[in-house]
Write a protein of this length. Structure first.
Ligand code: ADP
Ligand code: MG
Lengths: 263, 275
């Protein structure tokens, strides 16, 4: 554990439930995260991972329970709280003709915290440029955002999230829906070029092969419930993962050396 | 005949009205076109028209009714588009057709000559009053200020709605400001181009600009330029050849759109995407 046991909780979820009509997306979830904690949220498709992150950003109404983030309650109208939460959403399709460039899109990360009606300063733009450099998209700066590949768009989104300089970082399947080479690239970026321990990081993925190394904690979701919650060495066991994924959709990865850890 | 800068005095009012209408409609159009809210624009345009007819029926100034009705329509349709309801098109369609029904109801109810009512269909830029021009100038100035002060927010809300929400921009506030500005602009421009044509002046200049550039700033500037060219070109050509001014304005804006579509660097992309 790299985080201190006595550091304070920045995210507290108490018995929250989310229903879409009659469908239960999150079922009585209680979780809390300490400052500087790096947690991976693992679970099959449809287990409620995206919903959980949206609850934190205040973009999904909860029917039961309470949420506190940095002492505040998130909601659609609490945009001030969202400035303290950098949220890299799952990739969506966008109109390739949109009049916005990569650099402007990264700068959007500064647009909230800069304040309403205040233009970005030179310092803001310097940060934007240095982050584009760091994630490796400087050469795309003036390209329209709609012309990028999936991997390039994901890097743009990551740079934008970093530009926010928020204490909380939410990553929703940062490696999903992009080609395998780009996946490796993004994973490498997140593991080696960004210190995920400097935020309170929730990293969502459904692919075990796409789990980042060196996380403090793994939370396994299944059908909207917290199915397991513990340290990686306790939970990354072949039988646990097979049970979580119900035998199907689970591909064993040599990344964690399951074949050896079995005995 | 008095002349200022070689232009007869009575032509100055339409020239100024066209200038401010062109600016206001093109700026609002950038919002409508970039966010793909064309139907919402049509709906508000028809509501303003209905409001103007309502005013004539009960004896108000047409502008007052137009503003009232377009704001009512914005208040109904705005939240539907904002919250991403299941099918905003259906609800918008219902508001739209109800407004159209009301328009013809009020038209029938207006006592006596319907001449002033009919002129609302195609407007009459040649008879705009000094007050109309001042109001048009006011709304154009307001829009320029809105888009200058909140430039960075508006850019992101228009192009990156989800991102705007995630990074903590009060996107609902910006969205409603723009919806209200749309309602006001349409209501105020009704005199100039009329209820049937206003929508083209809203859409064509910005849709043309959208075809031509990937830079939001240039899109705004081009859109304004196209709006003014359409209005001034329309006034000049209709004056020279004795044509209806509103119709000529719209046809010029359509012509600019066709040219832009042909010259568009984005054509390729759309074709690739459609395959
Ligand atoms: N807007 C929605 N309306 C109805 N059902 C939804 C909606 N969003 C998600 N769901 C359902 O809620 C469940 C959890 O979804 P989600 O949080 O997206 O899962 P995950 O991200 O783990 O794949 C899924 O069964 C999904 O079908
Ligand atoms: Mg998901």
């Amino acid at each position: 554990m790299t985080i201190e046991e006595n550091s304070k909780y920045v995210i507290e979820l108490q018995n929250i439930s989310v229903y879409y009509n009659s469908h239960t997306a999150l079922d009585n979830v209680t979780l809390s995260f300490r400052q500087g904690e790096f947690a991976v949220i693992l679970g099959p498709n449809g287990s409620g991972k995206t919903t959980l992150l949206k609850v934190l950003s205040g973009l999904c109404k909860i029917q039961k329970g309470s949420v506190k983030i940095l002492g505040q309650t998130p909601s659609y109208y609490n945009f001030l709280l969202r400035r303290k939460i950098a949220h890299v959403a799952q990739i969506e399709s966008i109109d390739p003709r949109l009049p916005i460039t990569v650099r402007e899109s990264v700068a959007a990360g500064r647009a909230g915290i800069c304040g309403l009606g205040r233009p970005l300063t030179r310092v803001d733009w310097q940060l934007v440029d240095s982050l584009m450099e760091r994630v490796g998209i400087s050469h795309l700066a003036n390209k329209p955002i709609g012309h990028l590949s999936g991997g390039e768009r994901q890097k743009t989104a990551i740079a934008r999230a970093l530009a926010q300089q928020a204490p909380i970082l939410l990553l929703d399947e940062p490696t999903a829906s992009i080609d395998p080479i780009a996946q490796k690239d993004i994973l490498d970026l997140l593991e080696h070029k960004i210190d995920l321990h400097s935020f309170t990081t929730l990293y969502v993925t459904h692919e075990i092969a796409m789990m980042p190394n060196r996380c403090d904690r793994i939370i396994m979701l299944q059908k909207g419930k917290v199915w397991a919650d513990g340290k990686p060495e306790e939970l990354l066991l072949e039988e646990k993962l097979e049970e979580l994924y119900g035998g199907n959709g689970f591909c064993c990865s040599s990344r964690f050396g399951f074949h050896h850890s079995h005995h | 005949m008095h002349e200022i800068l070689g232009i007869p005095e009575y032509l100055w009012r339409p020239i100024l009205a066209g200038f401010f209408s062109g600016i206001a409609c093109s700026i609002v159009g950038v919002f409508i076109v970039t966010m793909h809210l064309s139907f919402l624009g049509i709906c508000i345009a028809h509501s303003a028209f209905t409001g103007a007819l309502f005013s004539l029926w009960i004896g108000w100034n047409p502008l007052a009714g137009a503003i009232l009705f377009s704001l009512i329509a914005s208040a109904i349709v705005g939240p539907l588009a904002d919250r991403g309801e299941l099918s905003p098109d259906t609800s918008t369609g219902i508001v739209f057709s109800t407004m159209l029904g009301l328009a013809f109801l009020f038209l029938g109810l207006i006592p006596g000559s319907k001449a002033s009512a009919l002129s609302l269909f195609w407007g009459n830029i040649l008879t705009v009053s000094r007050t109309d021009i001042i109001i048009l100038a006011g709304i154009a100035t307001l829009l320029i200020i809105l888009f200058t002060v909140f430039y960075k927010e508006i850019h992101i809300v228009l192009c990156h709605r989800q991102v705007a929400i995630y990074v903590g921009i009060p996107s609902a506030l910006i969205f409603y400001l723009l919806i209200i500005a749309t309602g006001l602009t349409i209501a105020v421009s009704l005199q100039t181009v009329g209820g049937l044509l206003i929508y083209s002046l809203l859409l064509n200049p910005s849709a043309s600009a959208y075809q031509l550039t990937y830079r939001f700033k240039y899109m705004l500037i081009l859109s304004i330029l196209f709006g003014i060219i359409s209005c001034w070109g329309g006034i000049a050509i209709s004056y020279k050849f004795n044509l209806p001014t509103g119709a000529t304005i719209i046809l010029i804006s359509s012509f600019i759109f066709i040219l832009s579509a042909i010259l568009s660097p984005k054509k390729q992309i759309k074709r690739v995407k459609n395959v």
